[in-house]
Design a binder for this molecule. Structure first.
Ligand SMILES: *Cc1c(COP(=O)(O)O)cnc(C)c1O
Length: 441
């Protein structure tokens, strides 16, 4: 067991707060109170120096995209090679953030446009994103909601949250609520307890998830009190956000252990970041460390087109290469799904290497991770089941009560037997627009 309190942390704590104790260091409120919010303090605490030019550029960057980092996360930076450090790159600004690429957007995911109520993004049929806090303990440089960071540092009041809850109450198709932010764990235990209790009381809400980076940037937020409170609200899933194996420390492992022992299924969402983790070996070490700590790698995200992130973006090919290096090579549950969150609000789209090489009516040709090409014989007498969604006459057993009715959507609709749709036409299809015009005449 490595010590939670290492030399660099000890030194930092002393500089920040005179004769501080381990008790202070491990107090999440102490950490927040002493967050580093300017370049000069960063230089002083880590005893490093930027060039005058660098400093001027950084000050300008902080004006637009503020800086905030917990002493704990700062303590993970290797000061001897800080410019190249994955933790440094995620928390200390880079003047390249000011370069707006031709394709960058303030809100690429259209989260604001797809918001039917305060704090709610309703994109998928059966689940919503509920932003219950506008605060984070650390401002990730690669934040997809960079447009909002720092300028509205507040916890929404009960009225605002109530409006979001009302939307969920009045929308029976919502069976899964994803609490996000900001970081939901910036809320007090009591406030979060209230929100979770309100959600528990809504019958159609089957599961709740919390997305938090606390185990990574402020693991001391995971306290026994917090875990005991959360335990009252099962089924509750928790997703966190580790991007690099260096972030898995004695402190973060302790936090993950408390959450796993609390009975919460844990997942991790990694963002693929140039210069931080765009390497198959780094990701492999990361996913192995995650599963050792009972965290299931859930998503690997392609970096979004948000303004200020262009220096972090990699080609999609890098992500495919990483997934290629995982599938077959390591445990299936250690492989995340690589997704691109579609610009314009189309949601997450999974991207994979191709394993299906060809097929005919009787055979499918596949290749495996080693490059071995193999064939799979299709069944000869499969009786295709015609489905008009009349479960009463079907020989498959699903009690009607369990078969909640829903409208088929998208590609599923083209595949279904009971919908006449034969094509999906883009709104701006010129040929169809011409037809519409003709009809008007
Ligand atoms: C990511 C996301 C979800 C959850 O998606 P899952 O694939 O179920 O994890 C829901 N709503 C929005 C708006 C999202 O961006």
């Amino acid at each position: 067991m490595s010590a939670i309190y290492n030399e660099q942390q000890q030194e930092l704590a002393e500089q920040i707060d005179g004769n501080t104790s381990l008790k202070h260091w491990k107090d999440w409120k102490w950490q927040l109170k002493h967050s580093i919010r300017d370049i000069a303090t960063f230089e002083k605490l880590l005893d490093v120096e930027f060039t005058t030019e660098e400093r001027t550029a950084l000050l300008e960057t902080v004006e637009k995209f503020p800086l905030s980092v917990t002493p704990y996360y700062l303590s993970l930076i290797d000061r001897d090679d800080f410019r190249n450090d994955p933790v440094f790159k995620q928390c200390i600004p880079n003047s390249q953030e000011l370069t707006v690429g031709a394709h960058d957007m303030a809100d690429p995911l259209h989260e604001d446009a797809d918001s039917p109520a305060p704090g709610i993004t309703h994109r998928y049929p059966d689940r919503v994103l509920f932003h219950i806090s506008n605060v984070c303990s650390m401002y990730c440089r690669h934040c997809t909601r960079k447009r909002k960071v720092g300028d509205q540092d507040f916890i929404p009041n009960r009225e605002t949250i109530d409006a979001g809850l009302d939307y969920i109450r009045n929308t029976p198709q919502v069976r899964d609520v994803l609490l996000s932010g900001g970081d939901p764990l910036m809320l007090s235990d009591e406030y979060l307890d209230w929100i979770l209790s309100e959600l528990d009381a809504i019958e159609h809400v089957e599961v709740v998830r919390i997305g938090t980076r606390m185990p990574v940037v402020l693991p001391y937020r995971i306290t026994t009190d917090l875990v005991n409170m959360l335990k009252k609200h099962q089924p509750l899933w928790i997703n966190t956000h580790f991007n690099h194996p260096r972030e898995i420390t004695a402190s973060s492992r302790a936090a993950l252990r408390m959450l796993a022992d609390g009975g919460f299924p844990l997942g991790n969402q990694t963002v693929l970041l140039a210069g931080v983790n765009d390497c198959p070996r780094i990701i492999r070490v990361l996913v192995h460390k995650l599963v050792q700590n009972r965290v299931r790698p859930y998503y690997l995200y392609q970096c979004d087109l948000s303004e200020g992130l262009s220096h972090f973006r990699t080609p999609v090919g890098k992500g495919i290469e990483i997934i290629e290096s995982l599938i077959g090579h390591t445990s299936g549950f250690a492989v995340p799904t690589y997704v691109i969150d579609a610009p314009g609000g189309g949601g997450k789209i999974p991207v994979m290497p191709n394993y299906l090489i060809s097929w005919s009516t009787h055979k499918v040709i596949l290749r495996n991770y080693e490059g071995v090409i193999t064939s799979y014989q299709e069944p000869e007498n499969y009786q295709s089941v015609f489905c008009d969604r009349n479960c009463t006459d079907c020989h498959l057993t699903l009690k009607l009560d369990d078969a909640n009715e829903y409208q088929s959507i998208g590609i599923e609709k083209l595949l279904s037997h009971d919908d006449d749709a034969i094509s999906l036409i883009p709104e701006d299809n010129e040929r169809h627009q011409r037809r519409d015009d003709d009809e008007v005449e």
